[in-house]
Design a protein around this ligand. Structure first.
Ligand SMILES: [Zn+2]
Ligand SMILES: [Zn+2]
Length: 149
């Protein structure tokens, strides 16, 4: 069994335990998220699965993503007015984002708990979580840029 097959099986167990019905579409959305390991928008997921489920709408994809988020299998990353991206890596990690193509890549870094407690102390907030994003040019886009010159 590959890592993504294992993660898919675990995710399905989580759904079953939460009493969530596993429809073929829900299964496909989950499988896409787990095997692609990118951070797609709902639209990208829709486009990837369109041919497999001709009757599926973008609203169905959103609805499935909401269910998956509620059971904690998917995290939604919001970016102001731009479409949300969905992340099925629910372990603690940070993101680096390409300025050129918008690709989001995961990387591990010790969680910055100190920042959270400091923020709490100086502002009196109850901190729930934090998001740290690093920006730059990805390897693919770097090569495109050099090829142009
Ligand atoms: Zn890029
Ligand atoms: Zn991620």
């Amino acid at each position: 069994m590959t890592v993504s097959e294992k993660r898919l099986r675990q995710a399905i167990d989580t759904l079953k335990e939460s009493g969530v019905r596993i429809t073929p579409q829900r299964h496909a959305v989950l499988e896409y998220l787990l095997t692609s390991m990118v951070h797609p928008t709902a639209d990208e997921i829709y486009k990837a699965l369109e041919s497999k489920f001709p009757n599926m709408s973008v609203a169905t994809v959103y609805n499935n993503l909401r269910v998956l988020r509620e059971v904690g299998l998917v995290r939604e990353l919001t970016y102001g007015d731009a479409s949300s991206r969905f992340d099925c890596n629910t372990t603690e990690h940070y993101h680096i984002i390409c300025n050129e193509c918008g690709k989001i890549v995961d990387f591990q870094y010790p969680s910055l708990h100190e920042v959270e407690s400091l923020a709490e102390q100086v502002t009196g907030f109850n901190v729930s979580h934090h998001r740290l994003e690093i920006y730059g040019t990805c390897d693919d886009c770097k090569h495109v840029a050099t090829a142009k010159h």
